[in-house]
Design a protein around this ligand. Structure first.
Ligand code: KMH
Ligand code: ZN
Length: 277
């Protein structure tokens, strides 16, 4: 596997539409973004949705409509966030799986998250993991701190491999409260990933100004990339991000320079154990 899986995380739950007008929050905006990012090299879309007031929501009807619209309009792997916003109750986060995504995120521990707490109790993690196993939904294990890789090792040891049999983690670096977005921290994670099942893959994203160091470190360590306005709203010092497409284009350019060009959604499915469409 020499190519790069590029995930776009276009919206998230934290950025305010009032402050960042380019943030895609309606279904139309999301679908248009998805199509354009696919054309630029993205193969996965990590989805958070918003309500009519552009506030984060886990409304089941909207989630289902979003999955259907993205599948209809693109070939991207649709990965729903089970993380939601820090205020979302566990029951609503589990119910995200009812919307029938191909993939969903599954965070490996509690972490301070700016002024909030992103709560992920062990029992909740086990429930998410086993429900995904039962339903054939492929998890992306979200890692905010080094020790969460050990939690993942414990989870797999006690409860078995995920649907599809392949383990894929995403290092979310530079969250205030989590690990820093540095080459040293990424290298420590890469070392710990070697203790996970053979063939485990990883992607990485750096929040805010750590986006470029993390992207370069991940490419050099054989990792994949996640970019998007969920994680980064400043393109360069004093220059706001214009669109998710701008971030995907930059990631695809770096991947090309690293001689690890973006892979297609079909190739990403085969790498990650997601059934072909
Ligand atoms: N919005 C964060 C509290 C995920 O999508 O799984 C959690 C998050 C992780 O974004
Ligand atoms: Zn997310």
């Amino acid at each position: 596997m020499t190519g790069t899986v590029i995930t776009v995380a276009p919206t998230g739950a934290e950025v305010s539409k009032a402050e960042v007008a380019a943030l895609p929050v309606t279904l139309d905006e999301l679908v248009r973004t998805a199509k354009e990012c696919e054309a630029l090299g993205a193969s996965i879309i990590h989805v958070h949705i918003r309500d009519d007031r552009a506030e984060p929501t886990l409304d089941q009807g909207r989630l289902r409509a979003t999955v259907a619209a993205l599948r209809e309009s693109t070939d991207l792997i649709v990965q729903l966030s089970s993380g939601g916003a820090v205020t979302d109750p566990e029951a609503d986060r589990l119910a995200v799986l009812d919307a029938g995504p191909e993939m969903a995120s599954c965070t490996m521990g509690t972490v301070n998250f700016g002024d909030g707490v992103f709560l992920n109790r062990w029992e909740f993690i086990v429930e998410l993991h086993t429900r995904m196993q039962e339903r054939g939904i492929v998890p992306e294990y979200e890692i905010f701190d080094l020790g969460q890789l050990t939690t993942l090792q414990r989870l797999l040891g006690k409860h078995g491999l995920p649907a599809g049999g392949h383990v894929h983690v995403d290092l979310v670096m530079g969250v205030p409260g989590g690990m820093p977005g540095t080459t040293a921290a990424l290298a420590a994670c890469e070392q710990a990933i070697r203790d996970l099942p053979a063939g485990t893959t990883f992607s990485a994203t750096g929040i805010g100004r750590s986006t470029i160091p993390v992207m370069l470190a991940s490419l050099s360590a054989g990792g994949h990339l996640r970019v998007g306005m969920e994680d980064t709203i400043t393109y360069a010092k004093g220059q706001p991000v214009e669109s998710n497409m701008q971030l995907v284009a930059r990631a695809a350019g770096f991947a090309q320079l690293a001689q690890r060009p973006p892979v297609t959604p079909a190739d990403a499915r085969s790498l990650l154990g997601v059934p072909a469409r």
